[in-house]
Write a protein that binds this ligand. Structure first.
Ligand SMILES: [Zn+2]
Ligand SMILES: [Zn+2]
Length: 165
């Protein structure tokens, strides 16, 4: 029973050359392009070195789901120890997340999974548009039969950590 009918997803994620050095340099550049956004430039506490040096280096806004009004998938990178992972920011205006109206959780994932998500975000022409219908949005914004976002269903999340300012 599929209640989520979207246009057919685009091409499958391609494989091409990509390494971690590129990840950090491109990310650093991307970070400077966020001017104008009401986003805090404050770094988060890194789960690996425990220093406030973990920053969101790229992100993609995803469609709302059965639980959250805002879902943002982010790549986080520590400028100090080099830790890189995924983070999910969810905000609900329906009180579905308990007393907290938002949830910001990071995940330690494999380098391969991280690259795959990073490449998908880079493939999207409009990562800040949650209504974008590109293949990356299709893949990362997928939902399960109950309408809950499960865009990371193919990503093995090794452990989770809370993003603290
Ligand atoms: Zn660190
Ligand atoms: Zn897109």
């Amino acid at each position: 029973m599929a209640i989520f009918t979207e246009p057919t997803c685009g091409e499958p994620p391609g494989i091409s050359w990509f390494d971690d050095e590129e990840l950090s340099t491109r990310s650093a550049r991307a970070g400077r392009q966020t001017g104008g956004e009401t986003e805090s430039p404050m770094p988060f506490v890194c789960p690996q070195c425990s220093v406030k040096s973990l920053k969101v280096t790229s992100k993609i806004e995803l469609p709302s789901d059965s639980r959250s009004d805002e879902i943002t998938l982010q790549i986080v990178l520590c400028s100090r120890c080099g830790f890189a992972g995924l983070a999910v920011y969810e905000e609900s205006r329906r009180g579905a997340l308990g007393s907290e109206s938002f949830d910001h959780t990071g995940y330690r994932v494999s380098v391969d999974d991280l690259r795959r998500v990073k490449r998908a975000i880079e493939r999207c022409p409009k990562p800040r548009d949650r209504r974008c219908k590109c293949s990356a949005h299709c893949e990362l914004g997928s939902k399960d039969a109950s309408g809950r976002w499960n865009g990371l269903k193919d990503v093995q999340r090794k452990d989770a950590f809370r993003l603290k300012l």
